[in-house]
Design a protein around this ligand. Structure first.
Ligand code: ASP
Length: 599
């Protein structure tokens, strides 16, 4: 070994010992005759002092050191002089008095400092990711991620799961995105598809008698680029046989509580997890990914609102839409600028407009509201009685702001759920120490696709309809709920899973609803259907996003902050400059001709 001690280890108790360390020159300071460097390795920083009295040669060489040079230093650990301690550093009471230094490698001046407070664009960070990852925060992230997967491995192993790798070169395993494809050289004109998830494979493993499988699996989805999407991401993928929905949830709950308690010991974590049916979640929060760390629940007020003289309300009510809203507490004094901003925000989520009713805090109570206490662009169409009634229905008090949106159920929910999050942000309602973990369950099996004009699976085609809803499968698919569940944390989807269909006939009926043709079924799902005819056990499982989980644990917004080598938002790797063109010879071997788009 080039070193016998890590930089972060020496303490007063080891003063006097002769050690050798190796690492990167973090910083150099010359103080007259003495040269100080902070030496860095993965364990932390150690101050090294070069005094010509101890070694003239080492002192001279130290004078030429530059940031990020790699060196090996031998010397004696000594106590720092009183007043020279650095309480910020775990090694801050000692320093290494150097007698020998070997330069192991030099470095160009790095494009940015190896420090946590840098202000560098993402592209530069990713282009020099090997330097970016030297930063303490990134080193901590890599370790955190490792600890998460370590806990997963241990916990699942203890619970009888077997880790099994599944192929990357395979055929389309649809999860609702486009496939990344790989051309076959030996089978001209044929392609593998990278798995969007190991879904069919893990189901086949259940038919194979594995009973409990898991994998920290890479999934590949060629989706339209959106903020915080990665073309490849990592899931904790698992599957269990002979289980009901509650059994799957119980395993995840135990594992995730363990992870959060171990890695975020000071956080307040929902224990047990909150449970909301999909319908209840939509009703109360307008979304299937509710942030449950704050209130501001939605209320449907269509009956009252439609009795007002407001045309917008009447029109929406008569066209079968809905009118819903929520109360922003203490925002009754919002001025024009604030309400304009909120209106713009609502419009950016698709709303035609936003109706607000501000209640002045000087009103003694809702019952005692008077005309002067009310501000609203619809004021002339809303009688005082209607405002009182709306306030009571929505739970508003004097000093509050009622935010109301009218339109289709889907649109109103989208707008209000976004607005609810926005208001929580503005009002700083979120306690960052809170971790709310919730199961959303009983999702519909299908959703209507207006563009395709047909039913599509809400999650994927393998989820089992609830037994009592089987009767609607052919007659009223929109009514069919499934044993389908999502895990949601702080308003973000952490993963999805379901109890699967394990019966060939039911699976075939579900394909029928989605209007898959016989050939398509055979081509994409033939292997699974065949397996189902050879004794498939009841089974279910989940795919849980690892990147998102680590991001939440690390307090990061973007998942690329917790992936060692992520791609940019335009799916590019600036370090390798991937994707890239390949040589003509490669193309020829693959029997591929590239036709570039015209623009
Ligand atoms: N394969 C699913 C997904 O990737 C998860 C599951 O149902 O297990 O979303």
């Amino acid at each position: 070994m080039y070193k016998d001690t890590n930089c972060g280890e020496p303490r007063e108790s080891t003063a006097g010992s002769l050690i050798t360390v190796a690492g990167w020159v973090h910083r150099r300071r010359d103080h007259g005759n003495l040269i100080f460097i902070d030496l860095r390795d993965r364990s932390g920083l150690l101050q090294v002092v070069f005094n010509p009295e101890y070694s003239e040669a080492a002192h001279e060489l130290a004078g030429s050191l530059r940031s990020e040079w790699v060196v090996q230093i031998t010397g004696k650990i000594v106590r720092r002089l009183p007043g020279a301690e650095n309480p910020e550093l775990p090694t801050g009471t000692v320093e290494l008095s150097a007698t020998k230094i070997v330069v192991l490698n030099k470095s160009l001046t790095p494009p940015f400092e190896v420090s946590d407070d840098i202000d560098v664009d993402d592209n530069t960070r990713l282009k020099y990711r090997f330097i970016d990852l030297r930063r303490p925060k990134m080193q901590a992230m890599l370790k955190l991620r490792h600890r998460v997967t370590h806990i997963m491995w241990d916990f699942l192993t203890e619970n009888g799961f077997t880790q099994i790798e599944t192929p990357i070169l395979l055929k389309s395993t649809p999860e609702g995105a486009r496939d990344y494809v790989v051309p076959s050289r030996v089978h001209p004109g044929q392609f593998y598809a990278l798995p969007q998830s190991p879904q069919q494979l893990k189901q086949l493993l259940m038919v194979s008698g594995v009973e409990r499988y898991f994998q920290i699996a890479r999934s590949f989805r060629d989706e339209d680029l959106r903020a915080d999407r990665q073309p490849e991401f990592t899931q904790l993928d698992f599957e269990m046989s002979f289980v009901h929905q509650d059994d799957v949830m119980a395993i995840v709950e135990e594992l995730y509580l363990k992870i959060f308690h171990e890695l975020l010991p000071d956080a307040t974590v929902s224990d047990p997890f909150i449970r909301l049916s999909y319908t209840e979640s939509m009703e109360r929060f307008g979304t299937d990914k509710p942030d449950l760390r704050f209130g501001m629940e939605l209320t449907t007020i269509i009956e009252t609102a439609a009795t007002s003289d407001a045309r917008v309300f009447q029109a929406v009510a008569s066209s079968g839409g809905t009118i819903r809203g929520f109360v922003a507490p203490g925002c009754g004094n919002y001025g024009r600028r604030d309400t304009d901003r909120l209106t713009d925000f609502a419009k950016s989520s698709g709303a035609q407009g936003l109706v607000f009713i501000a209640l002045d805090e000087s009103a003694p109570s809702i019952d005692a509201l008077e005309d002067d206490h009310i501000k609203s662009p619809l004021k002339k169409f809303l009688s005082i009685d209607i405002v009182k009634q709306l306030a009571n229905e929505m739970g508003a008090k004097p000093g509050d702001l009622m935010l109301i949106v009218a339109g289709t159920y889907r649109l109103v929910n989208t707008v209000l759920s976004n607005l609810r999050n926005e208001m929580a942000r503005r009002l700083e309602l979120v306690d960052e120490n809170d971790v709310s973990l919730a199961w959303i369950y009983d999702f519909p099996l299908f959703e209507w696709d207006d563009d395709l004009n047909k039913w599509e699976p809400a999650h994927h085609v393998f989820s089992s309809p609830k037994a009592e809803h089987m009767q609607y499968l052919d007659t009223d698919p929109g009514k069919v709920l499934a044993d389908l569940y999502d895990l949601v944390c702080n308003g973000q989807e952490m993963g999805s899973g379901s109890i699967r269909i394990h019966d060939k006939d039911i699976q075939t009926r579900v394909f029928g609803v989605i209007d898959y043709g016989e050939d398509e079924i055979q081509d994409r799902f033939g292997q699974l259907l065949t397996a189902f005819t050879y004794g498939a056990p009841p089974h279910g499982g989940m795919g849980l996003g690892l990147d998102r989980l680590v991001a939440i644990l690390a307090g990061e917004q973007a998942i690329r902050e917790v992936i060692a080598f992520p791609k940019t938002q335009s799916a590019v790797d600036p370090l390798f400059e991937a994707p890239a063109i390949i040589t003509d010879q490669q193309l020829e071997e693959l029997h591929i001709r590239v036709v570039m788009p015209e623009n």
